[in-house]
Ligand binder design. Structure first.
Ligand SMILES: Cc1cc2nc3c(=O)[nH]c(=O)nc-3n(C[C@H](O)[C@H](O)[C@H](O)COP(=O)(O)O)c2cc1C
Length: 199
């Protein structure tokens, strides 16, 4: 089995998202590579194997439909939005050759002992696995959220069931330009050690 050195793995993680969806161009992952992306997602830990998340890929043929949903989402929150804003909302649907929506199931499945925190942790792992696989394939990646994710229009477009929430879009493609790598927080900022009980 091939193995990563810790340094190579860290380097891949740091390079992961040095671009935004706007700067992701063709080529994107082909069918086999997309399969690998989702096989990587499927390797995420999943307490109780309840599969608390799913993904919806938005192929080129459905980008107009997504653009309609983004525009409708804008009009839900601002019925007076002008033409330029509407165009900006629509344009987001055409970014990146590969675009998929990540959806978490909050509950309603008789598995409430597995909390939303755990479900989101599982989705986060699936997301990270997918991002790392895309990086390993040589692509650049980006995540996109925003107010539209909470709209009725988007829920209808993606047929979200009761108890499901859209979390973010994952975009994968070839980087038109990369951001300079940002400095990552030193572990000392977020790691502490439990102290023994005081006598
Ligand atoms: C769930 C989620 C949603 C995100 N949505 C956006 C977004 O809509 N726009 C954005 O610029 N960054 C968004 N980000 C942040 C980017 O993924 C990324 O962290 C940021 O571009 C900086 O890259 P870096 O963390 O590799 O330095 C999101 C991150 C997460 C975890």
């Amino acid at each position: 089995m091939d193995s990563f050195t810790p340094d190579a793995l860290l380097e891949g993680m740091r390079r992961r998202s040095q671009t935004g969806p706007r700067h992701l161009l063709e080529p994107g992952p082909d069918a086999r590579q997309q399969q690998q992306l989702f096989e990587a997602a499927a390797a995420a830990p999943d307490h109780g194997q309840i599969l608390p998340w799913r993904w919806v890929v938005v192929p080129a043929s459905a980008r107009q439909r997504l653009a309609d949903a983004f525009e409708a989402a804008l009009l839900e929150r601002d019925p007076a939005a002008g033409q330029a804003e509407r165009e900006r909302a629509r344009e987001k649907a055409s970014r990146a050759p590969f675009l998929a929506l990540a959806i978490v199931r909050e509950g309603g499945d008789g598995q409430q002992h597995i909390t939303l925190h755990e479900r989101l942790a599982s989705l986060g792992c699936a997301l990270q696995n997918l991002l790392l696989m895309a990086t390993c394939q040589g692509f650049a990646v980006g995540l996109a959220s925003g107010l539209a994710l909470r709209s009725r229009a988007l829920a209808d477009c993606f047929a979200l069931a009761a108890g499901e929430r859209a979390v973010c879009f994952v975009a994968v493609g070839s980087a038109a330009r990369r951001r300079a790598p940002r400095e990552r927080p030193h572990p000392a900022r977020f790691v502490s050690e439990l102290q023994p009980a005081a006598d």
